[in-house]
Each structure stands twice: as structure tokens, then as C-alpha cells.
Design a protein around this ligand. Structure first.
Ligand code: KIV
Ligand code: ZN
Length: 388
């Protein structure tokens, strides 16, 4: 099987920014966009230009600020939206208009009060109109996750014929199971005439905690692009987390899927986005959470001290985290205490360790976590001689 490069489409500044209370100003967005460029993403979705003058300005300024990645602006399948996106993208070295419409029966009926054939006409008209301004036009079939595959294939075929270069298949409501989403991508790959002229893209939401799994199933079954956000932020339960999909592909080389992402930047950029959006990262978040490389139980600590790989499948330094953490709690054993004491300058004999460990347990039972200053305190009047 030959290796495929998966395009990473970052939508932190568009779908990610839809999180209530996380609005960024233009300079903050530019700073994040520059860092996304350094991270090596292929596409930056910089905003939804028609939505506000601020979003318009941000898309325009980001278009000037970055050179390597494609800069993308969102629009509905509406003339004014498309014109505004094109205008906002006019300075982009590599502009992309992202346009689309809902394709599930629920969207067609309740949102558009329309029918399937009319939706196809509107989709085609939007793509053709966007092509007047830019060569690279991505089409999204909103709620594709709940759209029946046969109709979705008809929509895709029509927009590819109209010139769409990328077909975004969003699981807008995060409803699909991984095998269903994978099967959907496979179905499109096998049943859409002209599919080789376009890249299939995953865009998964995390309402059932399946966004990452669905995106990976999508690329395994032929998608060539993943849409995702830093820290998995986004509407409701969020989008696919960029750091997760990148590290899954990296840690499972037999998948033969690679990305252009510089993994060492994952932790720093996670921190940057968290700080700018004032949205803290949950401690147990995979890859970038503060506990992702922290070990607290005695058995795990002993194992990690002997050999990191016993309980770690990634080297923290590969994702820009300084080192694994041994967290001292009442569940820690002697090995962890000796290890930490050694780090702060105490080489304990076996007898000294026994004595200090008794004290350690007493302190640990009182406190949630034992810190270096507590250890210094415990050492103060240890009667047993400490080795040098
Ligand atoms: O989730 C979704 O369907 C979207 C589209 C607008 C691309 O974000
Ligand atoms: Zn979305």
C-alpha cells in the first residue's frame, strides 16, 4: 500500500471560534494563523466573511499574513456570501471558497422548505458562481452524516461536474458511528462519477465523542483531507481534535497515512489557543491535557521510572511537552518518592527511604498532591543518615 499524505484543514478560526465566549480579535487571529502556518497545516479556514465586518477583516488580514497554506473563507450557497468571501480572500496567495448547503431531508424540508432536485440546482449554481472568482472551490453537504448515501452521491457528482475541487462530508450533528461514516466515504469513492477530480474531506463533530474515530475511519476509506481544530474546540461538543488525528496517523505507521504537521508544535499551539480564547484544556485531554503524560498510581510510576514505554505510547517531547510527570499522591510507592527526592537532591538509603515514606504517606493522606517543598520539609529531621 502506498503512503498517502492527508491534508490537514484547520478550522479553529471559523468552526472553533463558534464556541460561545471565545471570540478573537483580528491581531489574535493573525497570531494563531501564523502559528498554524508554522505547524504545517495545509488549509486555514480563516472565517465566515459575510457573518460580520470583523470576520471579513480577519480573513483579509490572514490572507496577507500567511504564504504557504491555502486560506479558506466560508459561505452559504448565496450570491452575496460568495462575493463577500471572494473579496475577503483577494490577497490570499492560495484562496479557497468553501460553499455549500444542507442535504439531509431534515435540512431540505425544515431549513429550506425545498426538495432534493432544487437543492442540487442551488448547490451547482453556488459552485459555478464561486468558480468565477477562484479555481479552488470546496463544497460542503451540510448534515451529510444524516443524508442518505444515494442522494449524497448525486449531489457530489453534480458539484464535481460544476468544478468543485474538494467535497466536504460533514457529520454536522456528530451522529454517525465510525463504521457508518467510513462506509459513507467508501460509497462516495466508489459511486460518484468523476470523484478522482476532487478530494473527499471529513468534517466531524463530537456530540457522541466520536469525531476523531469517524475522521480516522474516513481517511482509511479514502478521504484525503481532515477538517479539525486545535484542542477539538467548536460548536457544542466541538470538532475533531487536530492533535489527536495527527498523532494517531503518526503512531500507527502501518496505516500509511502521513501529514505535514510538525508534531513538536502541538503542545505550544494548544496552549496559545487556550490562552487567547480563554478556554482551558481539560486535564485528561489526549495529547495536550496537563495529565496526558502524568502518572500517579504506584504501579504505573514504578513502571515508567524503569522504562517510559511501559505506560506511554508517545514520547512527550515529540509533541512539545517537556517531560512525563510523576505526580506524588497517597497512591504513589517508594520508587516514585525516591525518584522525586533524587531529582531535588536527596540520595536516600533504603532505611532512610522507609522512614521518609511513612511521613510521606501521612502528608499525602492529608493533601491531594505532595510537592517538592513538602519533601524538603519531610527531610528536615530524618534521623537516619542520608547517603550523599
Ligand atoms: O458542521 C458543518 O456542517 C459545518 C459546515 C458549515 C462546513 O461546519
Ligand atoms: Zn462544523
Amino acid at each position: 500500500m502506498s503512503t498517502r499524505k492527508i491534508q490537514i484543514f484547520d478550522t479553529t478560526l471559523r468552526d472553533g471560534e463558534q464556541v460561545p465566549g471565545c471570540k478573537l480579535n483580528t491581531p489574535e487571529k493573525i497570531e494563531i494563523a501564523r502559528n498554524l502556518e508554522k505547524l504545517g497545516v495545509d488549509v486555514i479556514e480563516a472565517g465566515f466573511p459575510i457573518s460580520s465586518p470583523g470576520d471579513f477583516k480577519s480573513v483579509m488580514e490572514i490572507s496577507k499574513a500567511v504564504t504557504e497554506p491555502i486560506v479558506c473563507g466560508l459561505s452559504r450557497a448565496v450570491v452575496k456570501d460568495i462575493e463577500t468571501a471572494a473579496e475577503a480572500l483577494k490577497y490570499a496567495k492560495r484562496p479557497r471558497i468553501h460553499t455549500g448547503i444542507g442535504t439531509s431531508d431534515s435540512h431540505i424540508l425544515h431549513k429550506f422548505n425545498s426538495n432534493r432536485d432544487e437543492i442540487i440546482e442551488r448547490a451547482v449554481a453556488a459552485v459555478k458562481y464561486a468558480k468565477r472568482f477562484v479555481e479552488d472551490v470546496e463544497f460542503y453537504a451540510e448534515d451529510a452524516g444524516r443524508t442518505d448515501n444515494e442522494y449524497l452521491a448525486r449531489v457530489c457528482e453534480a458539484v464535481v461536474a460544476a468544478g468543485a475541487t474538494v467535497l466536504n462530508i460533514p457529520d454536522t450533528t456528530g451522529y454517525c458511528l465510525p463504521h457508518e461514516y467510513g462506509a459513507k466515504i467508501k460509497y462516495l469513492k466508489e459511486n460518484v462519477k468523476g470523484i478522482d477530480k476532487a478530494i473527499l474531506s471529513t468534517h466531524c463533530h463530537n456530540d457522541l465523542g466520536l469525531a476523531t474515530a469517524n475522521s480516522i475511519e474516513g481517511v482509511i476509506h479514502g478521504a484525503g483531507q481532515i477538517e479539525c481544530t486545535i484542542n477539538g474546540i467548536g460548536e457544542r461538543a466541538g470538532n475533531t481534535s487536530l492533535e489527536e488525528v495527527v498523532m494517531i496517523m503518526r503512531q500507527h505507521p502501518y496505516l500509511n497515512l502521513i501529514t505535514g504537521v510538525e508534531a513538536k508544535m502541538l503542545y505550544p499551539i494548544s496552549q496559545l489557543v487556550s490562552e487567547k480564547m480563554q478556554m482551558f484544556v481539560q486535564p485528561n485531554k489526549a495529547i495536550v491535557g496537563s495529565n496526558a503524560f502524568a502518572h500517579s498510581s504506584g504501579i504505573h510510576q514504578d513502571g515508567v521510572i524503569k522504562n517510559r514505554e511501559t505506560y506511554e505510547i508517545m514520547d512527550p517531547s515529540d509533541v512539545g511537552v517537556d517531560q512525563s510527570l510523576i505526580v506524588l499522591t497517597a497512591r504513589s510507592g517508594r520508587a516514585a518518592l525516591a525518584y522525586r527526592a533524587h531529582k531535588i537532591g536527596y540520595q536516600l538509603t533504603k532505611d532512610a527511604l522507609d522512614e521518609v515514606y511513612e511521613r510521606f504517606l501521612a502528608v499525602a493522606d492529608r493533601k491531594k498532591e505532595v510537592y517538592d517543598e513538602d519533601i524538603h520539609e519531610m527531610m528536615k529531621d530524618v534521623k537516619i543518615e542520608l547517603s550523599a
